[in-house]
Design a protein around this ligand. Sequence first.
Ligand SMILES: *Cc1c(COP(=O)(O)O)cnc(C)c1O
Length: 434
Amino acid sequence: MSKLKQSSPESPARPFQYTSTNGPLSCGAHSLVDLAGQHQTPLYVYSADQIAERLGLFQQALANRPHLVCYAVKANSALAILKLLADHGAGFDIVSGGELARVQAAAPEAIGRVVFSGAGKSAEEIDQALEAGILAFNVESEAELALLASRAARRKRKARFSLRVNPDVFAETHPYISTGLREHKFGIDIRQARRIYQEAAGNRWLSAHGVSVHIGSQIRSAEPFGAAVTRVARLVRELAKDGIRLKTVDAGGGLGIDYHLELTEGFDAQAKIAEYAAAVEAALAGLDVTLLLEPGRFLVAQAGALLARVLYVKRNGKKTFVVTDAAMNDLIRPALYQAFHQIVPVIPRPGKAVPVDIVGPVCETGDFFAHDRKFQPVQPGDLIAILDAGAYGMAQSSNYNTRPRPAEVLVSGSSARLIRRRETVADLLAPEIV
Ligand SMILES: *Cc1c(COP(=O)(O)O)cnc(C)c1O
């Protein structure tokens, strides 16, 4: 990975930067001190410019082939972010009726660019998507295909589908987010796919639109993507011999980022995307299909930070704990995946960095953001920023410990807009009955 390319205002490769050596950390023109003062903490801050830039890089890298980038809504489902991406031409990959409703609320004009993934679609969700007129269902089992056919017949609406095949490709990532092996619950064994397409060809309510594959998340190398799409391309050629001409190949999402990258290091997202697109394109050589991609993390992770305020600094034996007002309910990745996030002070204090644990107030030992991390001195009241938190941060947040979820701010050029107000305890109690 190139460390040479430093970000500049025109190229928001790293959207969070110190305005001077003494800070404060800023997102574009906005000091995080000011944003925290205005909206309190914990607070998610996102750079719209970086999200749009990333989408543009995918679109440019695929310029030589008909394509559609379907943003994986589950990575960050904020309505304002969906709208931003739709305005820049993105489609969407959804995994629930709730996510479909989000796209309908934020960007109804983009419904025709929606693909619906997920191993457990209910009849209601299928009906909702048929009614909305999405682009295609990514079907994960024969039973789901049968249900789709019967729901389509009832509504007298033809359903476009892609089989999500399981290519039996190993991708090195965390075991919870690896999905492309036969032993995983995802997709249809690629060896069964040809027969299923042949059988579906006889059903007037089903239209074989494409084929999809998704091998996992946070995959840093391009090679497994190429291997998976190579297997899919072979299937497309076999089906063509059977007279079944698929229009799309959906290569899924999963391209990973470097969570260890320090703020001062540049990051060449363009080179990373180009390498990935080249691997997929090489596998598709000679095939006349539209390429769909479903990136989530790579579009939004580095665009976001979680701002937190230090509540206490305490020593237990040899250990120093920095207790913040953000907790595992706001960002669960460290607890769930042992994930690493860079954490930086918003206004650095002089002094020697010492190892600390950075933790939240929740009554769980798993409630941590960093263990034994060398950190410059901090005091109660200081602000810290947990970086690369734009993906699977707010989206996986919860109300554990009856903690209202954070507010969210979207920075775009000179504007910084509240896109979700902080929850109140009243919001949390509202659905309950004593
Ligand atoms: C989660 C998921 C994605 C997005 O994965 P990222 O790693 O965030 O890019 C895309 N497609 C499917 C089917 C998924 O389940």
